[in-house]
Design a protein around this ligand. Structure first.
Ligand code: AMP
Ligand code: MG
Length: 405
């Protein structure tokens, strides 16, 4: 028996990995209608003001505040009618122009009185009940976006609201990073894909379906290497296929200490591999290496370990390869509604978040925190981070990471 090397802290592993990750440079253009979920490849600068010209925010009457002929109680002639999408004539002194929401404010006008603050007199005249101040109910040119402004920075994963912002300055084709292709394989002779049948001693392959979903949720493409039997030849064939078709390979299982480990043997033959013992619970063993220049992650096989190590460790790496600027999950804070004795590994406790009547956020832990209990992840809203040596008492403030964020 050799002495076990010390466990590597999670943050150190992430830092090492991020230093290794090389952002892809493959850029493509996609239509604005399908850009959401892609990563923006260039800074987006506005070519126009939004709105392009001053327009009315109300249905009402445009007038000039400095017009001495206009006062509360005045009866004014309606000299024009300006619908959205049309341009009115310059405003005549002493008159108002009928105007609709979104229509350009005519030259010579500087405020809009809302319809509700007027009284009809006849078809061509209204009486003013209130008199707005200059600029009231007018949306000035460029109030949303000024021409030349940086509206979105490269590296951002495009959200629906971002697509709206780009469309509002007239962008039709969006420069995005080509979605990363991630090969996924599951190892283990005990595994069978649903629907089976299950022979004695076998279990269903479940990790595969979490991994392909997690990867697709990042806007990446999956290269499905399927279920790979525990033998050297099949493992080599699968890894070579992954290396030729994908930008990165993620596997689950077969990295525990003492395992009859073909992933390790195959990678040592085809590329290189480091087996890490990480101070993380669940998910201590993790393999990282490369085959023909393609990075390889060997995640631990227990389903919760696979989920947690993917989320906390592999995900930031993949996001960096994808060209994203926001790599690490963003924590929120909640009060512990459970207790935990200090441990030697950073633990990610599956918790459900509840808002109390006082507006606090409480984190309740799932009863069985076993690394094979996938129900805990399904039940939970978040992973609560408990550091090495940290004891948790009721009410302690905890860092939590929302699942699926
Ligand atoms: P391993 O890391 O291969 O030693 O696997 C650890 C545990 O996770 C064992 O109980 C395996 O049966 C289980 N396991 C490994 N891969 C999968 C998978 N794809 N789906 C479900 N369970 C798995
Ligand atoms: Mg195995």
């Amino acid at each position: 028996m050799t002495a076990m090397s010390p466990l590597i802290p999670v943050d150190e592993v992430i830092a090492t990995l991020l230093a290794d990750a090389v952002p892809s440079r493959d850029v493509q253009e996609v239509s604005i209608s399908i850009c959401v979920g892609h990563v923006l490849a260039e800074d987006m600068v506005a070519g126009i003001n939004v709105p392009p010209v001053a327009n009315s925010s109300m249905d009402g009457y445009a007038f000039n505040c400095e017009d001495a002929e206009i006062a509360i109680g005045s009866i004014c002639r309606i000299s024009d009618r300006i619908a959205a999408g049309t341009v009115g004539a310059p405003l005549t002194r002493g008159t108002v122009a009928r105007i609709f929401t979104g229509a350009p404010v005519p030259e010579g006008a500087n405020a809009v009185v809302m319809q509700e603050d007027t009284e009809p007199v006849d078809d061509d005249h209204i009486k003013l009940i209130k008199l707005p101040v200059q600029g009231e109910n007018v949306r000035v040119a460029g109030q949303d976006i000024e021409r030349g402004a940086l509206i979105l920075a490269r590296g951002r994963r495009i959200k629906p609201q971002d697509a709206a912002l780009m469309a509002s300055v007239g962008v039709a084709a969006v420069p995005v990073m080509r979605p990363l292709r991630v090969a996924v394989m599951s190892t283990g002779d005990e595994l069978v894909d649903p629907p089976g049948p299950l022979a004695p001693g076998q279990i269903f392959n479940s990790n595969h379906y979490a991994l392909i979903g997690l990867i697709r949720n990042l806007g990446m493409e999956v290269v499905d290497l399927g279920l790979v039997p525990d033998d050297l030849n099949s493992t080599e064939v699968a890894l070579r296929r992954g290396a030729s078709q994908a930008d990165c390979i993620v596997s689950s299982g077969g990295v525990s200490v003492g395992e009859e480990d073909h992933v390790k043997a195959a990678l040592e033959k085809l590329g290189d591999l480091a087996l890490w013992r990480i101070a993380i619970k669940p998910g201590k063993p993790l393999a990282f290496g490369q085959i023909e220049g393609i990075p390889f992650f060997g995640l631990p096989g227990n389903p919760v370990s696979t989920f947690v190590t993917f989320t906390m460790i592999a995900r930031p790496y993949l996001l960096k390869m994808q060209g994203c600027s926001d790599l690490l999950p963003r924590p929120i804070y909640a009060n512990a509604a459970f207790e935990l004795e200090p441990g030697g590994r950073r633990e990610y406790v599956r918790v459900r978040l509840e808002t109390t009547r006082d507006g606090d956020l409480n984190a309740t832990a799932y009863g069985n925190q076993g690394s094979g209990v996938m129900s805990s992840v399904v039940w939970a809203d978040a992973l609560a981070e408990v550091d090495i040596g940290q004891s948790v008492r009721y009410g302690d403030r905890l860092k939590v990471f929302l699942i699926d964020h």
